[in-house]
Design a protein around this ligand. Sequence first.
Ligand SMILES: [Zn+2]
Ligand SMILES: [Zn+2]
Ligand SMILES: [Zn+2]
Ligand SMILES: [Zn+2]
Length: 324
Amino acid sequence: MSDNESIPRVDLGILAKVPKWRFYSHLFPSKVGAKPAWLSLKPLPTVDNLKCGICSEVCIFLLQIYSPLIESDDSFHRTIFVFICRNPNCSLPNDSRNIVVLRSCLPRENRFYSYIPPDYDSETANRSAPSECYYQSLCALCGCVGQKKCGSCQRIYYCCKSHQVLDWKEGHKEECGVLQIGRNDNTIEEGAKSFETELTKSNFSVEELEKMAFSKSDRTFENFKKIVKVHPEQMIRYSRKGTPLWITDENQLNVDDVPNCQYCGSRRVFEFQIMPHLVYKLGLDSIGKSLDWGVISIFTCEKSCTDTSNNYLREFAYKQDVTN
Ligand SMILES: [Zn+2]
Ligand SMILES: [Zn+2]
Ligand SMILES: [Zn+2]
Ligand SMILES: [Zn+2]
């Protein structure tokens, strides 16, 4: 997904099922669901970096978009991660405090990945991949840093008590006894009842969208529906330095109200938006109720600044809901 100064291009993210090995971090995936494929492998964000702004529980991974800025040495590799609170009570109209957005960037020459691009087509070539688990233990539920061991099997870790409880209910209860007898760690991976879906892209120009007619009532919503109809499978609209496709006339965010980057002070620019039907398509029961949104727009530091002591920088989300 590239950056184009002249015409803001819109790339549409659609969902495709691909083999699990394609989600290794060193293949720089864009993906939805299951656990994050971290870009910078150490240090990872702490539990405190991932807390819901409403209930303070640890948010779980929703999706990540690999969007390198080739012209910038420090952002040769660049991934935006979006996390959301599982608690449906934290999903309030036009309130994005239950969403955490993190941006990770790496130069082409870095300590984790080869300077030479990986072989994207061969599973065998990708078997011994650098992985975040070489550096730290990860929560079996959410894939974030986890330091609390399961007391019974002593084989897996959690980031917090509530993820341990959830994972117990969602399957570790059965798995735990088996792990105690001692099976290898691959079993955990294969046994995980997770879906993983790659985001691929198709694109068309904004001019094409502008040709479409408007209607009277809620002009924005009519427009939104028309645009979505053209490519109903779109889950992500990516257009760095473009504009969000608002869903309704009300509660549109004024660009001046987007807070500047908290690290370097630069303005933040629109980067992509998550479309409302993403979750319905996935049948993501566990977080489905948390996600009855309109659209979530993600704004990121225009300079894509980096900080050597922190590889996961906070960015800004804005949720616009349709309210009656
Ligand atoms: Zn919450
Ligand atoms: Zn966790
Ligand atoms: Zn256990
Ligand atoms: Zn910045």
